[in-house]
Design a protein around this ligand. Structure first.
Ligand code: PMP
Length: 372
């Protein structure tokens, strides 16, 4: 049975149809084992194969396109872990594991949206947090790096690469002058190539671009392990989890399996470079529509940092904040089988197709013509 709804939800989000079908096919009897992945011991050799496959796909896919057109995998001195607790769990795990890297227990945070704000607040429990730029009145831009005051004795610099709620995305990697860089890539992970070697740590919940809820990927440089604060819960201790290959306790087995299927799908569809091309095209369709609407649709985000993943916008019509108009827009979208949650925000993660985006752009155009 084909799904009818076009899912523009912010996460958990759309999964590739082929992945859902494969999971369905294998649900009762995985790879002739006679049991389901849902019933499998995490210590079994069958599950270990799933874990290994998922990990090596990730290492392979986390590629970087350098100016010399060389593709690089995740470097060998990085550990890849599959943890629980979601992105929010990592807001605590990051300071618990890394704020002790230097004796001052200070960390620098860029706060450019709700998710980095939450992370900074959590870090304050464990050390001193310095917000490196003047406070923003609204989360619609990334303050120019000339206004940042980075602390050279900070244990790390933290930023959220794509602010899911506000639709603000960094299209550059912050320069930290040698201080360890940490990034929350929960909502743009594997949506474009990234040079992992520039980071001390990257984490990402799977439920947007690479799978379903339940598993969070953590990629960490080995030399940063072992500075964990005493009060760190053992399941969040990167050193322990790295040494135990994410199997200190029962991992989210099924979510890891689903992630493996999605990674395979990404690989078969050209890897993160191909995802980037598609994601640019998909988001350009919506932004072009907004730009050409003469103020009928408004995206509050500065053009320099508009997210390719989450496009928040308003339908203004003739008067500002016309809620009836926005409700009509959303009702009409729902009638066409389009689904989103929380205002008008189109999330265009990897599994959202060009056709899905096109359907939205076409609807936006028709709605505009009807209401002009
Ligand atoms: N960081 C970002 C960028 C997110 O978008 C989200 C969730 N939408 C989180 C962290 C929190 O993730 P979780 O709900 O898995 O804790």
């Amino acid at each position: 049975e084909q799904k009818q709804t076009i899912n523009f939800g912010a996460g958990p989000a759309k999964l590739p149809q082929s992945v859902l079908l494969q999971a369905q096919k294998e649900l009762l009897n995985f790879s002739s084992t006679g049991i389901s992945v849902l019933e499998m011991s995490h210590r079994s050799s069958d599950f270990n194969k799933i874990l290994d496959k998922t990990k090596s796909l990730l290492r392979e896919l986390r590629v970087c396109l350098t100016h010399f057109s060389l593709y690089r995998n995740i470097p060998d001195n990085y550990k890849v872990m599959f943890l629980q607790g979601g992105g929010s769990g990592q807001f605590s795990a990051v300071p618990l594991n890394l704020i002790g890297l230097k004796k001052d227990r200070c960390a620098d945070y860029l706060v450019t949206g709700t998710w980095s704000a939450k992370a900074a607040k959590e870090a304050e429990k464990y050390g001193k947090v310095n917000i490196v730029h003047p406070k923003l009145d609204s989360y619609t831009k990334i303050p120019d790096s000339s206004s940042w005051t980075l602390n050279p004795s900070a244990s790390y610099v933290y930023y959220c690469c794509n602010e899911t709620v506000h639709g603000v995305e960094y299209n550059f990697t912050p320069e930290t002058n040698g201080v360890v860089l940490v990034s929350d890539m929960s909502s743009n992970f594997l949506s474009r190539p990234v040079d992992v070697s520039k980071f001390g740590l990257i984490f990402a919940g799977a439920q947007k671009n690479v799978g379903c809820a339940g598993v969070t990927v953590v990629i960490v440089r080995e030399d940063l392990l072992g500075h964990t604060l005493n009060e760190c819960p053992i399941v969040l201790d990167y050193k322990v989890q790295a040494e135990m290959d994410s199997l200190y306790n029962t991992p989210p087995c099924f979510s890891i399996y689903i992630m493996g299927l999605v990674l395979e799908w990404i690989k078969n569809n050209g890897g993160s470079a191909a995802m980037e091309t598609l994601n640019k095209q998909k988001s350009a369709m919506i932004y072009d529509m907004i730009n050409a609407s003469n103020g009928f649709y408004v995206c509050p985000v500065d053009v320099s940092c508009r997210s390719r993943m989450n496009v928040p916008f308003r339908a203004m019509g003739k008067k500002e904040g016309d809620e009836a108009l926005e409700k009509e827009f959303l009702d009409g979208a729902a009638k066409r089988g389009m689904k989103s949650v929380g205002g008008i925000r189109a999330s265009l993660y990897n599994a959202v197709t060009l056709e899905d985006s096109e359907a939205l752009a076409t609807y936006m155009k028709e709605f505009l013509e009807q209401h002009q």
